[in-house]
Design a protein around this ligand. Structure first.
Ligand SMILES: Cc1cc2nc3c(=O)[nH]c(=O)nc-3n(C[C@H](O)[C@H](O)[C@H](O)COP(=O)(O)O)c2cc1C
Length: 380
């Protein structure tokens, strides 16, 4: 698939989508009923405001600190719940978990939540260097776990990873299957060498097919879990107005799905999200990918998970810098029974596989939004 081809809807098959649209029309839902054009303009301007580089000559210290927080919020994070709060004090930025935004069904032990904080920390470190600040990162297990980042002056350095921050996205679409050159695979695999995290990078088609079997097993378990679907639906934003209003959650258009009023989206999701439809989708998506990477941290605790997040964010930024898209395929590791089997398959024994992503060349999708720094900075 070329970059400008329209992607297929990801949680609906084509037939289900047509059926859904017919339902919408029969239900008397017209584009004007949910003010599509005005909402879309608002969404577009928020997306442009969110996904941009800042002024490189920003001066007052307080403004730079706020800008670093903005960069941190552009990190990947589970269900786009943005489970973080930031406290600024002198030369220290502390990233606190926001447990009000946890996902107890898909992430009962807050594994994904702390990985998300690690992703944010890595963006912040890369941005700090661009603003002439070195960053020492430490994990403080007190107060239920927080990441403390101490900043000190240095010569400004705009890394390729920093440059990639505003263009990175999770691209949930089919890719074109083109192989990634070996030298670039080495760069991508090398992102796992940081913070004692191991990376398993697979490009062999037979091995990817085996990985796919675990993705399908995980997906089948999740689709038949009503609590999982309820939690997913809670974080879905089915149209531009809803995405712009909340500035968090999973914007359905970012996965190539049609814009629908929230009530209709929720209803159709229950009907259209079938095990076989989703499994077909994942077959196409995984088989069209150039490779798969799995990350395994050195320790199974909150500090270890934040390290995995930092590594994973480095991987995503490195891929973006090379013009390579990526998307998570975490299904095998989100379902404990499948996760055990998957660890055995990878030959890592009892160690927990923390994250898995596919990568390759695909289209650019609509962006997910973020809450602005003012809404995530709290008093220290
Ligand atoms: C720990 C973690 C787990 C995630 N799991 C999934 C997943 O299972 N499936 C998926 O499509 N995206 C997954 N994501 C991606 C997020 O949904 C995505 O980062 C978020 O919606 C924001 O979108 P963006 O990264 O394109 O800005 C995960 C991200 C993180 C950090």
């Amino acid at each position: 698939m070329s970059r400008d081809q329209a992607p297929r809807p990801s949680w609906m098959t084509r037939r289900q989508f047509v059926g859904g649209m017919a339902t919408a029309v029969l239900g008397g839902v017209s584009a004007s009923a949910f003010n599509y054009h005005r909402s879309n303009a608002t969404y577009q301007s928020l997306a442009a405001e969110t996904w941009r580089h800042g002024d490189p000559n920003l001066k007052p210290h307080a403004d730079v600190m706020k800008e670093l927080v903005r960069y941190a919020t552009l990190a990947a994070n589970s269900h786009n719940t943005q489970p973080w709060r930031f406290a600024l004090a002198g030369n220290r930025i502390t990233i606190y978990p926001d447990f009000a935004r946890r996902c107890p069904i898909v992430d009962p032990d807050d594994h994904h939540l702390f990985i998300s904080l690690g992703c944010a920390a890595e963006n912040l470190v890369q941005a700090a260097a661009a603003y002439g600040l070195s960053a020492a990162v430490s994990f403080n297990p007190a107060t239920q776990g927080a990441i403390e980042i101490d900043l000190a002056n240095m010569a400004p350095r705009r890394s390729a990873l920093f440059e990639a921050i505003p263009t990175r996205q999770c691209t949930r679409a089919e890719y074109n299957g083109k192989p990634v050159p070996t030298a670039q695979l080495d760069l991508l695999g090398g992102t796992g060498e940081y913070f004692d995290v191991s990376a398993f990078l697979l490009t062999d088609k037979r091995r990817i097919e085996s990985v796919l079997a675990y993705v399908l097993a995980g997906n089948s378990a999740q689709i038949s879990d009503a609590a999982f679907i309820r939690e997913l639906t809670h974080w879905m934003r089915f149209n531009a107005a809803s995405a712009a209003r909340w500035r968090d959650g999973l914007y359905s258009a970012a996965s190539g799905n049609p814009q629908l009023p929230d009530w209709l989206g929720r209803m159709l999701l229950r009907v259209a999200l079938t095990e076989s439809g989703q499994n077909d989708l994942y077959r196409r998506q995984v088989r069209s990918s150039s490779g798969v990477i799995a990350f395994i941290g050195s320790r199974e605790d909150k500090a270890g998970w934040t390290d995995v997040g930092r590594c994973c964010q480095r991987f995503m930024l490195q891929a973006t810098a090379l013009g390579i898209q990526q998307a998570f395929i975490n299904q095998p590791i989100e379902v404990p029974a499948v996760r055990k089997q998957f660890s055995t398959y990878l030959g890592v024994g009892d160690r927990r596989v923390d994250l898995m992503l596919r990568f390759g060349y695909g289209p650019i999708m609509p962006r997910s939004l973020r809450r602005p720094p003012e809404r995530v900075i709290t008093a220290s």
